[in-house]
Design a protein around this ligand. Structure first.
Ligand SMILES: Cc1cc2nc3c(=O)[nH]c(=O)nc-3n(C[C@H](O)[C@H](O)[C@H](O)COP(=O)(O)O)c2cc1C
Length: 308
């Protein structure tokens, strides 16, 4: 049965040969993105969030590891939408897998400008990053902490692009997650991705008696946040019908299947790349097939959102 298991899936009408994708911000160098795309277990790739103008980001250290994961405050370093558009055009020529273009705005009106510009590079899906915990928007908080602001960002995006699916990336750092998800769907989004990093949190350099990150605070990712990610994905699944990309602490086949059981169609594997390298994707696929054989699970569709 193992050899026969088919893990391909459809998300927002886009076909993915593997349900595993690389989420935004982990692999950012173009040549490395191309290398990553050649790994069989990688179903699709997300680009670094692009803003209208280039952003320098924070000074190093911007990422630090701890026992149960990572903390980061990169400060959304990116070359700006004109350069990001060119990069995506280049990647589209070199990569034969779906590309999800991530965009980030600090004002609601940014999203129509960003989505219009980036859509010219014809990404397969556009993801609105409404959830970075390290950068405030015009309201002094990430959009996705607030149901109506999230809906307004989606409306801004949908009014300029109809042919490319628009998905909203949500934060766990809100007491209103199901209301946010509800408004995202009502505003016309085609899908949701969740979760962005948790926090912000802080790590301390004991000898220097100061925070490790230059920004002091950063978003937490990796195994530490898996239980929060599973709860969030399941809460979203129970609220909306649009499909979900689930991510947060996935590093094994068991983690990926749990994320699908919680409700995800695609699964993001981010921080695990830092320790496992690009081969982590093939390892997760192999483990998924082994568990599915053992547990007599014939397809991932049969277990999606199937918690008792
Ligand atoms: C160094 C780093 C940079 C990130 N940059 C972005 C980003 O630009 N846009 C975004 O939407 N998420 C960004 N994220 C969040 C990830 O895409 C992902 O949602 C989060 O890390 C949880 O998944 P993981 O535990 O598998 O890493 C970043 C995460 C890390 C660790």
């Amino acid at each position: 049965m193992k050899g026969k298991i088919n893990l391909s899936c459809v998300f927002c009408n886009v076909k993915f040969k593997s349900p595993l994708i690389s989420p935004s911000g982990i692999v950012v160098d173009q040549e490395k993105i191309i290398d990553l795309s050649q790994i069989k277990g990688v179903g699709g790739l997300t680009t670094k969030s692009s803003s209208i103008l280039p952003r320098e980001g924070h000074s190093p250290p911007t990422v630090s590891a701890f026992k149960a994961g990572f903390i980061n405050a990169v400060g959304l370093k990116n070359p700006g939408m004109i350069n990001s558009k060119r990069e995506i055009m280049f990647l589209k020529k070199r990569i034969n897998k779906p590309i999800i273009a991530s965009v980030f705005g600090t004002k609601l009106a940014d999203f129509s400008i960003l989505v219009k510009e980036i859509s010219e590079s014809k990404p397969d899906i556009i993801e609105l990053n409404l959830s970075c915990p390290n950068v405030d928007d015009e309201f002094g908080k990430p959009f996705a902490t607030d149901p109506l602001l999230t809906a307004m960002a989606v409306i801004e995006a949908k009014k300029v692009v109809q042919k490319i699916p628009i998905i909203a990336k949500l934060t766990p750092n809100t007491p209103y997650l199901n209301r946010v998800a509800y408004e995202v769907e009502k505003a016309g989004a085609d899908g949701i991705s969740a979760i962005n990093t948790v926090g912000p949190g802080m790590l301390i350099n004991l000898k220097k008696r100061k925070p490790i990150l230059s920004n002091c605070l950063g978003g937490v990712s990796g195994p530490a946040i898996k239980p929060i990610a599973l709860r969030c994905v399941n809460e979203i699944k129970k609220t909306v019908k649009i499909p979900i990309i689930g991510m947060g602490g996935v590093e094994t086949g068991k983690d990926a299947l749990e994320m699908i059981m919680a409700g995800a169609t695609l699964v993001g594997v981010g921080s695990a790349i830092y320790q496992g390298g690009f081969k982590i994707f093939d390892k997760i696929i192999k483990e998924m097939k082994e568990i599915m054989t053992e547990e007599k699970i014939s397809s991932i569709n049969s277990i999606r959102g199937s918690l008792k």
